[in-house]
Ligand binder design. Structure first.
Ligand code: 5GP
Length: 222
């Protein structure tokens, strides 16, 4: 008796022998985006989502206070530390990490719901979270967004004007450590010009959706 996964794989391989190949569905992707703070990852993710109706953004939960331009439930779910810790206990997160002194986590149920709806899910998470997802689901598409240089990163962080001088220094130090995690990723996109970077990510997505191995495996099981 084949298990559920094997049965699905068999069905797929049968379908691949059929002439009606257009009936084969392309499973949703779990796309992981990591980058040093200020590399432009959020802008890229926003553009991707706005241009592609089947890409959704996973809204993380965090204990860091909202910035003036952020909305609860849209940019993050902002919670107190005791609530976050309770969520960890209840296994509510696919992954979580302490980043720049605050807790951040990805809601397991929200991601599963989107996958069930056949949507590609983007996770904007740090390199620790990226590693956890990789261990959990090796088929995740891991994309690292890098700035053209550390100098440019510092310029962007200052221009953004949302962090104190002390926070900027911390983020620049963390950026050097994060760049070392690059080898855990599948793709490197250098965000020199944002439109070009978005095009590169769209190309990665298209190619990944056509990977035969992925089509045979079906929906991500998390
Ligand atoms: P920011 O405070 O600038 O919004 O985010 C700081 C860092 O936390 C970024 O690198 C961002 O990708 C990361 N981050 C945001 N949400 C999550 C999450 O759910 N999990 C993890 N591991 N990192 C996250």
């Amino acid at each position: 008796m084949p298990g559920a996964g094997e049965e699905r794989r068999m069905n797929y391989s049968l379908e691949l022998d059929q002439p009606e190949l257009e009936t084969i569905s392309k499973p949703p992707l779990l796309m992981i985006f990591s980058a040093p703070s200020g590399a432009g990852k959020s802008t890229i993710c926003r553009k991707l989502r706005d241009r592609n109706p089947n890409i959704v953004f996973s809204v993380s939960t965090t204990t860091r206070p909202p910035r003036s331009d952020e909305t609860d439930g849209v940019d993050y779910h902002f919670v107190e530390e005791n609530v976050f810790k309770e969520m960890i206990e209840n296994n509510a997160f696919l992954e979580w990490a302490n980043v720049h002194g605050g807790y951040y986590g990805t809601s397991r149920q929200a991601v599963l719901d989107e996958i069930e709806q056949n949507n590609d899910v983007m996770l904007d998470i740090d390199v620790q979270g990226g590693q956890q997802i990789r261990r959990l689901y090796s088929e995740a598409v891991m994309i690292f967004i890098a700035p053209p240089s550390m100098k440019e990163l510092e310029r962007r962080l200052r221009a953004r004007g949302t962090e104190t001088e002390q926070q900027i220094k911390k983020r620049l130090k963390n950026a050097r450590d994060e760049l070392e995690a690059l080898e855990n990723y599948d793709y490197l996109v250098i965000n020199d010009e944002v439109e070009e970077a978005v095009k590169e990510v769209e190309s990665i997505r298209r190619a990944e959706k056509c990977r035969l191995q992925r089509i045979k495996q079906g929906k991500p099981t998390l």
